[in-house]
Write a protein that binds this ligand. Structure first.
Ligand SMILES: Nc1ncnc2c1ncn2[C@@H]1O[C@H](COP(=O)(O)OP(=O)(O)O)[C@@H](O)[C@H]1O
Ligand SMILES: [Mg+2]
Length: 418
């Protein structure tokens, strides 16, 4: 089968790596991909951007692609699945209506409230005066979120009312996120450890992948500004088997059933971002695709053929599948360019990749066979271990083998729970 993977990050390299292990895959394409996907077995990068839905559709038709797998949220929210399906092409991911679980935080809240799914108490506003009146009445701490897609920058956890006022102005008056900020959600602050559960679903059956924990802030000890994610590990002790079951029964299944009751058969990955507080797991947000960097530490533990699972999702036969896991811990450390998440330099050569074990590329490019830095998050170094401590040691040994000018990484990935 010929497979097209859309996206260019560590998540997409991990998808190419995992799908490439399926005996049924003859050829992979990645759009636009990175140096890692270009160098991967039987994989070729193609020049289309992830948001070029019509270009990708033409490519898939002309090259008779058997399955397209969408990495990032934007093309999903913009209806790439609807377009491909109308053209009779098989694609993995929710359609535009179902992808609203991520595309509109107000939509996700409405479904959660209607179907009794535990989450932070929230209200939505389109006028700043009303939003501010509610914020003042609730008091700090309080959380404010732009409704639409904002590339991870649309949420402020405000310790003081002044912060909340400033953020509301930024979103609703200065329109920092454009249309994505025409509506805001004001919600109660939750406290506790966060974890991510990424689940496969065909709209009926839900198969949760093993839970992972991300590390969003740039600095050690969870300090400094948030990033796309500086590392992750799986499984995580913040979620035991009983809690996993609870997430399945009280969150994932009711969400998929609720969407179905509203006329949406959700197919693809449903990602639940969770907060573990005294009352148990509650939803922070839903995403409509795999997480990055969680994918890079979850897929190496999955023993199943990922292609078979994805085909089962598209065929609505997921009830015939059972997931099998490598019991070991897997850790993923992101190596970033100096300055990230602010401005950073590109073009530095990367050395030591051959000496290291499993490395998923993110922002890299190839020039005359040399791998260069080409993004903020550059590499994902991945290691396994029988204990979390062991996985940490193994991963950082490989991190030490890789060099590029200005390389930055957190030294404490996985330490939060030890
Ligand atoms: N209600 C909340 N209480 C406490 N922290 C929150 C809450 N909502 C969001 N956060 C924090 O903000 C981060 C980003 O919020 P999230 O809803 O996941 O938006 P996005 O990923 O779209 O930026 C979360 O990972 C969490 O750390
Ligand atoms: Mg999030």
């Amino acid at each position: 089968m010929k497979i097209l993977v859309i996206g260019s990050g560590g998540r997409e390299h991990a998808l190419v790596w995992k799908l490439g292990q399926s005996p049924r895959v003859s050829q992979l394409y990645c759009a636009p991909g990175n140096a890692g996907t270009q160098l991967a077995d039987r994989c070729e990068n193609i020049g289309f951007r992830a948001n070029d839905i019509l270009g990708l559709l033409e490519f898939a038709k002309e090259n008779r692609i058997d399955l397209t797998v969408v990495g990032p949220e934007e093309p999903l929210v913009n209806g790439i699945v609807d377009r491909f399906q109308m053209a009779g092409l098989r694609i993995f991911g929710p359609n535009a209506r179902a992808a609203q679980v991520e595309g509109s935080k107000a939509f996700a809240k409405k479904i959660m409230e209607k179907y009794g799914i535990p989450t932070a108490r929230a209200r939505k506003f389109t006028a700043i005066d009303a939003a501010w009146a509610y914020v003042e009445q609730q008091g700090a701490p309080i959380v404010i979120k732009a409704d639409g897609l904002a590339a991870g920058k649309g949420v402020a956890v405000c310790r003081q009312l002044e912060e909340a006022r400033a953020f509301l102005k930024q979103v609703m008056v200065s329109k920092a996120f454009g249309k994505a900020g025409e509506m805001v959600i004001v919600e109660e602050m939750m406290t506790g450890q966060e974890a991510s559960v990424l689940a496969l679903t065909d709209g009926h059956t839900v198969l949760p992948l093993s839970p992972a924990q991300d590390h969003k802030p740039i600095g050690e000890g969870d300090t400094g500004p948030n990033t796309g994610g500086m590392g992750a590990y799986s499984p995580t002790p913040v979620m035991d088997a009983a809690m996993e079951q609870q997430v399945l029964e009280q969150i994932l299944r009711p969400m998929v059933a609720g969407l179905r009751a509203e006329g949406m058969v959700y197919k693809g990955i449903l990602y639940a971002g969770l907060m573990m507080d005294a009352s148990g797991p509650r939803v922070v947000e839903f995403n409509c695709r795999l997480g990055d960097p969680e994918t890079q530490c979850v897929l190496p533990r999955l023993k199943n053929d990922l292609l078979e699972l994805m085909l089962a999702v598209t065929e609505e036969t997921l009830d015939t599948q059972r997931l099998v896991w490598d019991p070991r811990f897997c850790l993923n450390v992101v190596m970033a360019a100096q300055g990230y998440p602010g401005s950073y330099t590109k073009g530095q050569p990367i050395t030591g990749l051959e000496q290291a074990g499993l490395v998923f590329h993110a922002g890299t490019s190839l020039r005359e066979g040399q791998v260069l830095c080409a993004g903020g998050r550059v590499l994902n170094v991945v290691g396994l271990g029988t204990t979390l401590k062991n996985a940490i040691e193994n991963t950082y040994q490989d991190v030490a083998k890789i060099h590029f000018e200005g390389a930055y990484f957190r030294r404490d990935i996985g330490q939060r729970v030890l």
